[in-house]
Every structure is written in C-alpha cells, then in structure tokens.
Design a protein around this ligand. Structure first.
Ligand SMILES: Nc1ncnc2c1ncn2[C@@H]1O[C@H](COP(=O)(O)OP(=O)(O)OP(=O)(O)O)[C@@H](O)[C@H]1O
Ligand SMILES: [Mg+2]
Length: 243
C-alpha cells in the first residue's frame, strides 16, 4: 500500500513546491515509485521545476474527467522513478468525488504520492484524500510562519488529519536572531511534531533551472533524512549547525 503526503501551508511562498520536489526526489532515490500531484490549479509550477513542461499535454482535470492515470503521469527525465501529474490549467475544475476516486486509484500504482497544495486551507479537498494521508506543514524559521504552521495543524486536527512540521530555509548563523537557539526551542514554539529541517540552499533556489539536486548536496541529504524517517527508520536530528 502506498504512503500519501500532502504538503501545505497557510502563508504562500514558504517553499511547499520546493519541499515537495526535494522530498519526492529523496524517496525516488530510495527506489520508491513516486507520484507528485500539482494541486495548484491555474498556477502550475512543478512541470517547470522538473523540466518537463514541454512534454505535458494532459493534466489532473483530464484524469478526473476519465483519462487513464498513466496518460497524464509524466516521467521526469532528470529524476528516475519520479512521475508528475501537472495541475489543472484552469481553476475550479476539481470535482471532489472524482478526486477521491483518483487518489484511491493512484495509491494502487505508486509507492509514494505527494500532493503539493497551494497556500491556504482547503478542508474539502484535504478530507477527500485517503484516510492515512500525512499532512506536511511547511514553515520558514520566523515566528509568524511558525504560528501559521501551528494554526494549520490545529485546523487539521479539528478534522482528525495528522500533521508534521518541516522547517525550510534554515540558516544556522541567523537562528539566534530569529529566536531558534536549538531544536527543542523550535519544537516548543511550533506546537507540531517536527519532522525535519531543510537548509537555505543555492541548489534548491536553482531547481527550476537545474531540475534536479546534486547527489551529495546538503539539501538532498536533509530530504533523505526526512524520507528515511517517514519510512520508519530512526534518524536523529543533526546539530543545527550541521543541517
Ligand atoms: N530551502 C530553500 N533554499 C533556497 N531557496 C528556496 C528554498 N526553498 C524555497 N526556495 C525558493 O523560494 C521561492 C518559493 O518557493 P516555492 O515556490 O517552493 O514556495 P511555495 O510555498 O510553493 O509557494 P506558493 O505558496 O506560491 O505555492 C522559490 O524561488 C524557491 O526557489
Ligand atoms: Mg507552490
């Protein structure tokens, strides 16, 4: 049975799509067959990030309209084992019942499915995901963003939807100024279980140009630790200065 993750945040621009691609690449490197689903209707970006925009013809709306998943799950040339379903090109095309059926069907063909949601909260769509979906709230290390992640996790818990926190764009030399002196301090201020920390990274900033992460770059190692944790392996959080 596949494992399903939904990447979310209240605030925009915190790095959800970047985290979705990084995490998908880390799972793909473990030889999992990974499906990324771009949920940002109208503002699709994952096809560009993965460098397959020129070959995509169909998108999520076509699948919901009856097209086979295999016809619109595009293999990413730059990352083996990784497939993308591009976002619907127009907004308001997602029928909840069809989406529910699609998510269940996709779970039969892939080991890992990662839904990259746009900023903001969409309980109707979240609740249409399969029951064991884990929500990954992304925040940057500033108190406003962390509070936002906390609000998201509270809202998700009202619907009995489980969430973990991923801190993105972490810069150790700035961590004292932003009030995050150590891991415990981050965990205390967020109020959600921390899953991992992704460093500020030139590699990630350039992802839309390079379409893949270098094998040993720190960002990919951070994503690999998260993928290992999500696969049930024990992975200690490294010291903040080593992230
Ligand atoms: N760890 C990182 N290091 C450096 N740059 C990053 C990192 N994470 C994200 N970025 C950059 O931040 C910008 C926003 O990232 P991204 O598009 O992934 O955010 P988002 O949360 O998906 O945005 P939206 O809410 O619009 O969907 C991009 O330019 C991306 O390259
Ligand atoms: Mg995005």
């Amino acid at each position: 049975m596949s494992r399903i993750f939904a990447v979310t945040s209240g605030k925009g621009g915190v790095g959800k799509s970047t985290v979705a691609v990084g995490l998908a690449s880390a799972f793909a490197a473990r030889a999992d067959k990974v499906l990324l689903v771009d949920m940002d209707e109208g503002f699709r970006c994952l096809d560009l990030m993965l460098g397959i925009d020129s070959k995509t013809v169909f998108d999520l709306s076509d699948i919901l309209g009856g097209k086979d998943i295999d016809d619109a799950a595009y293999a990413c040339d730059s990352v083996q084992n990784l497939y993308l379903i591009p976002a619907a090109s127009k907004q308001g095309l997602i029928d909840i019942q069809q989406f529910k059926e699609f998510a269940l069907k996709a779970a039969c063909s892939f080991d890992i499915i990662i839904f990259d949601f746009p900023a903001g909260i969409n309980p109707e769509l979240y609740c249409a995901l399969p029951e064991d979906t884990l929500f990954l709230a992304v925040a940057v290390p500033d108190p406003v963003s962390i509070r936002d992640a906390y609000q998201i996790s509270r809202m998700l818990s009202e619907y009995s939807l489980p969430a973990r926190l991923i801190i993105n764009r972490f810069i150790h030399s700035q961590s004292r100024r932003t009030g995050f002196k150590n891991i415990d301090n981050i965990i205390d201020s967020s109020g959600i279980r921390l899953l991992g920390i992704i460093p500020e990274s030139e590699e990630l900033a350039m992802l839309s140009v390079t379409h893949k992460l270098k094998k040993h770059c720190r960002a990919l190692l951070a994503f690999k630790r998260i993928a290992a944790r999500l696969s049930g392996e024990q992975q200690l959080l490294p010291k903040l200065k080593k992230i």
